[in-house]
Design a protein around this ligand. Structure first.
Ligand SMILES: Cc1cc2nc3c(=O)[nH]c(=O)nc-3n(C[C@H](O)[C@H](O)[C@H](O)COP(=O)(O)OP(=O)(O)OC[C@H]3O[C@@H](n4cnc5c(N)ncnc54)[C@H](O)[C@@H]3O)c2cc1C
Length: 406
C-alpha cells in the first residue's frame, strides 16, 4: 500500500495551504486527495472571481462565530499570531502581491482568484507534495502505525496510509464545489460529533408584498439592521431586491449573525436607504416639496431623494403620511421568512466542535488526526475572514505536525 507521512483529505483552500506550509517546512512526504477534477475549484471562484483572501480586521473581536463559548479567546489567540501581515508574507513568498481596499479586504493585485489557486498548486508540487484529483475518500480507519484512507478513483477502489491524517473537507455550503456535507461522516467514524449546521453568508427570504415592485433594484451602501431574539446587528453595504427577498453584500454580512434564528419567524430586517441623512432632514425635504409642488401626487414626493421605485413603495406603505414616510426611508421593515439554504450559501456555520480538538486542531479522540478550515465549528464574517481561517487553522496544524523539525 502507498505510504506517506501525511495525507490531507480535500484539496480546497485549507488543504492547499497546509500542503504549502508543510512543504515549506521541508515535509515532502505528503499526499492531497481531492474528489474534484481539479484542486481549489471553490478558491478560484471566491470574491466574485477576484479572491478576497484576507482582511486587515481578522484579529479584531467579533470577526468569527462558533457555537463554542470558548472559541472567541481561542480564535483570537490564533489570529493574533497568524494575522493578515503574516499572511501577506506567505503570499509574497509565492510571488503574489496583495492589495487592500478601504474596507480592509485583501485581493491578489491582479484581482484573479484563480491566480491564488495556481500559486498554491505550483508551490506545493514544486516542493514535493502530490496532489491527486478525482479521488473521493469514502472511509478512513486507524491502524497501529497511523491511518488508512480508502478512496475511489477512475471507478476503482484504492487505499493509502499515513502517520498523520488531516481532514480539510470543508462544510456543506455550495455543494457544486464538492462540499455536500457527506465528509462529516469521516470524522464521525472516529467518534467526533458535529454541531447543528446552518448556512451563512446567504441570501434572505422575506415577506414580498412591500417589495414586489422593487425586483432588481440595488441600494448602494445602504444600512441594514437585523432584529433577532439574540440581538440587533447593523451593517453597511449593498442591498438588492429580488423576487424572494433580498441579496447583496449587506445581506450576506448580516446573515452571518442570524441564520440559526430565521426559522423562528422572529427576525426582521430594517433597511436604511439613506444612512448619511437624518429622519428630520428627510421630513423637512418632503414638507418643502409638498409646499413647492401642491399638485404632485403623494407617490412622487420622494423623487430625487431615493430611487423612484423605492420612493413609491415607501409612500404607499406610509399611506401618504410624510412623517411616517421619512421614518420608513430610515427603517423600512421586512419580516424574514427564511434563507436560500446551503446550495446558495458561501459558508457553513457549525461543524466539528472546537472542544474536541487541541489548540492545534488535533483530535482529542484520535492522536494524529487533524482538522483545518470550514469543517471546524468556526465561521467568519464576509470579507476574507473564511479564507483567512482556512490558512490560520492549516498553519496551526502544520506547526503541530512538524513540531521539533521547524
Ligand atoms: C461562491 C463563494 C465565494 C466565496 N468567496 C469568499 C471570499 O471572497 N473570501 C473568503 O474568505 N471566503 C469566501 N468563500 C468561503 C471560502 O471559500 C471557504 O470558507 C473556504 O474555501 C473553506 O476552505 P476549506 O478548505 O475548509 O473548504 P473548501 O475550500 O470547500 O475545500 C474542501 C475540499 O474538500 C473536497 N472534498 C470534500 N469531501 C471530500 C472527500 N470525501 N474526498 C476528497 N475530497 C473531498 C472538496 O471537493 C473541496 O475541494 C466563498 C465561498 C463561495 C462558495
Amino acid at each position: 500500500m502507498e505510504t506517506y507521512k501525511v495525507i490531507i483529505i480535500g484539496g480546497g483552500a485549507a488543504g492547499l495551504f497546509l500542503a504549502n506550509i508543510l512543504t515549506e517546512y521541508g515535509e515532502k512526504d505528503l499526499l492531497v486527495l481531492e474528489r474534484g477534477e481539479r484542486v481549489g475549484k471553490k478558491l478560484s471562484a471566491t470574491g466574485n472571481g477576484q479572491g478576497n483572501i484576507t482582511n486587515l480586521r481578522v484579529a479584531e473581536r467579533g470577526g468569527y462565530f462558533s457555537s463554542d463559548p470558548q472559541a472567541e479567546a481561542r480564535l483570537g489567540a490564533l489570529l493574533s499570531v497568524y494575522g493578515a501581515e503574516e499572511f501577506r508574507e506567505f503570499w509574497a513568498k509565492r510571488g503574489v502581491l496583495l492589495s487592500f481596499d478601504e474596507r480592509g479586504r485583501a485581493y491578489p493585485a491582479g484581482r484573479q482568484a484563480s491566480a491564488l489557486t495556481d500559486a498554491l498548486r505550483f508551490y506545493a508540487e514544486q516542493n514535493g507534495a502530490e496532489l491527486r484529483t478525482g479521488a473521493r475518500v469514502y472511509a478512513i480507519r486507524k491502524t497501529q502505525n497511523g491511518f488508512v484512507a480508502e478512496y475511489e478513483k477512475d471507478g476503482e477502489k484504492r487505499a493509502c496510509q499515513a502517520e498523520k491524517l488531516v481532514l480539510c473537507t470543508g462544510g456543506k455550503a455550495a455543494k457544486n464545489f464538492g462540499t455536500d456535507g457527506t465528509a462529516y461522516a469521516l470524522a464521525q467514524s472516529f467518534g467526533h460529533t458535529v454541531t447543528p449546521l446552518y448556512p451563512s453568508l446567504v441570501q434572505l427570504k422575506t415577506e414580498t408584498a412591500p417589495i414586489k415592485t422593487l425586483k432588481g433594484i440595488r441600494v448602494v451602501n445602504g444600512g441594514l439592521t437585523a432584529h433577532a431574539p439574540s440581538g440587533e446587528y447593523t451593517v453597511r453595504g449593498d442591498i438588492i431586491f429580488t423576487d424572494y427577498g433580498v441579496s447583496g453584500d449587506a445581506v450576506f454580512r448580516v446573515s452571518a449573525f442570524i441564520t440559526p434564528e430565521v426559522e423562528s419567524g422572529q427576525v426582521t430586517l430594517s433597511i436604511d436607504f439613506l444612512p448619511e441623512v437624518g429622519e428630520q432632514a428627510i421630513f423637512t425635504a418632503l414638507q418643502k416639496k409638498r409646499a413647492a409642488y401642491p399638485a404632485l401626487s403623494d407617490s412622487e414626493l420622494l423623487l430625487g431623494v431615493v430611487n423612484n421605485q423605492i420612493g413609491r413603495a415607501v409612500m404607499k406603505r406610509a399611506a401618504g403620511d410624510m412623517q411616517k414616510a421619512a421614518g420608513l426611508v430610515k427603517a423600512f421593515p421586512l419580516r424574514v421568512m427564511g434563507h436560500l439554504g446551503f446550495d446558495y450559501a458561501q459558508v457553513t456555520k457549525g461543524g466539528i466542535p472546537l472542544r474536541e480538538t487541541t489548540e492545534n486542531f488535533e483530535s482529542k479522540r484520535v492522536k494524529g488526526l487533524y482538522f483545518a478550515g470550514e469543517t471546524l465549528d468556526a465561521d467568519g464574517q464576509c470579507g476574507g475572514f473564511n479564507l483567512h481561517f482556512a490558512y490560520a487553522s492549516a498553519r496551526a496544524v502544520a506547526e503541530s505536525i512538524t513540531r521539533g523539525q521547524v
